[in-house]
Design a protein around this ligand. Structure first.
Ligand code: FES
Ligand code: FES
Length: 179
């Protein structure tokens, strides 16, 4: 077994870990309490493990922890700020985009990257939104609420009142208990 020390940031907090060269970022994050990052398929098909690496959505189950060295990782836990849900988190609640919630943390990160990339653009089509979320499987919602949430964010000028943040993003209504 080969171990190495890596340093990176998780939700803007600098961290250093000793990791096994074969360990996935998903395993590392969950081992250290980032329980919003879900393990679904474990093989890059469901998107439940989606996190942002330097603001780009990736499947953490396919991403070696070693590759995080020097990068900035974002998970749903870090999106609520100063007691307020992020714009995307609040939009998911407002549009009814959450049912069982297992897919929700990963989808929120995909939506967050999409909204940040397309902010201020007025001509974003539903097709583009659907395509951007194609890597995140959700058998519950039919995606309508999710698409409406992204459209709502793109159409909002300001983040506005985003409500009180839950103690943890995992406490979003409809979220299943962590396995
Ligand atoms: S758990 Fe990573 S894509 Fe399914
Ligand atoms: S899997 Fe998406 S809400 Fe249930």
């Amino acid at each position: 077994m080969m171990n190495r020390h890596i340093s990176f940031s998780i939700n803007a907090k600098p961290v250093t870990f000793q990791v096994d060269a074969r360990q996935s970022l998903l395993d590392l994050l969950r081992t250290h309490g980032y329980a919003s990052v879900k393990e679904g398929c474990g093989v890059g098909e469901c998107g439940a493990c989606t996190v942002l690496v330097d603001d780009v959505p990736i499947d953490a189950c396919l991403f070696l922890a070693l590759w995080a060295d020097g990068r900035a990782i974002r998970t749903t836990e870090g999106e609520a700020r100063d007691g307020k849900l992020s714009q995307v988190q609040q939009a998911y609640l407002d549009t009814g985009a959450v049912q069982c919630g297992f897919c929700t943390p990963g989808l929120i990160m995909t939506s967050t990257a999409f909204v940040e990339e397309h902010k201020g653009q007025t001509n974003v089509s539903r097709h583009e939104i659907r395509r951007a979320h194609a890597g995140n499987l959700c058998p519950c919602t039919g995606y309508e609420g999710i698409i409406r949430a992204v459209e709502k964010c793109l159409n909002e000028k300001e983040t506005g009142d985003q409500g009180d943040a839950p103690a943890c993003a995992c406490d979003l209504p409809g979220e299943t208990p962590d396995p």
